[in-house]
Design a protein. Structure first.
Length: 154
């Protein structure tokens, strides 16, 4: 199972993109980690976990990849909010459903990217759900997904 790398302080946030296929319409879910207190400049919808009906979010604690990471308090705290691909997709779906109830039409007809920030203890997981209207009007959660190297950024 692939995991999302955590960006160290001062570095550009790492991100990984999944191309999720729901019927014929691909959906891209981009996960990024950015320092708390420094939200991205893009316009978007910002949710805390408390805004979701059920705040429990699937997450895992990846093994440290280096001694430096083990000794870095920021990295240790950041690992608490790193999610695997299933957790990221489930969270994107739940946010879309929650947002639909609160503000219908947040994903416009052109299906522009939707930016959602979920607060964590020391880091913020920034989720961009592109073509999120797929989730708004679909009954099933996508179950097939794979990393797309053409979309992944550094």
């Amino acid at each position: 199972m692939q995991r999302i790398a955590v960006a160290r302080s001062g570095e550009r946030a790492s991100r990984l993109v999944w191309a999720c296929h729901h019927g014929r319409m691909p959906t891209q879910v981009i996960i990024r980690t950015v320092p708390a207190g420094a939200p991205p400049a893009e316009d978007g919808l910002y949710f805390s976990v408390a805004h979701l009906p059920e705040p429990e979010i699937p997450r895992h604690m990846p093994h440290a990849r280096s001694e430096e990471e083990v000794s870095c308090p920021e990295c240790a705290a950041a690992r608490k909010v790193v999610m695997d691909d299933d957790g990221a997709i489930a969270l994107a779906v739940r946010i879309a459903e929650s947002a639909k109830e609160q503000m219908f039409g947040f994903a416009n007809r052109r299906q522009a990217a939707v930016h959602v920030t979920v607060a964590g203890p020391a880091m913020t997981a920034h989720i961009i759900a592109r073509d999120v209207a797929t989730y708004l009007y679909g009954d099933d959660i996508p179950h097939t997904h794979q990393a797309d190297p053409r979309l992944a950024g550094g």
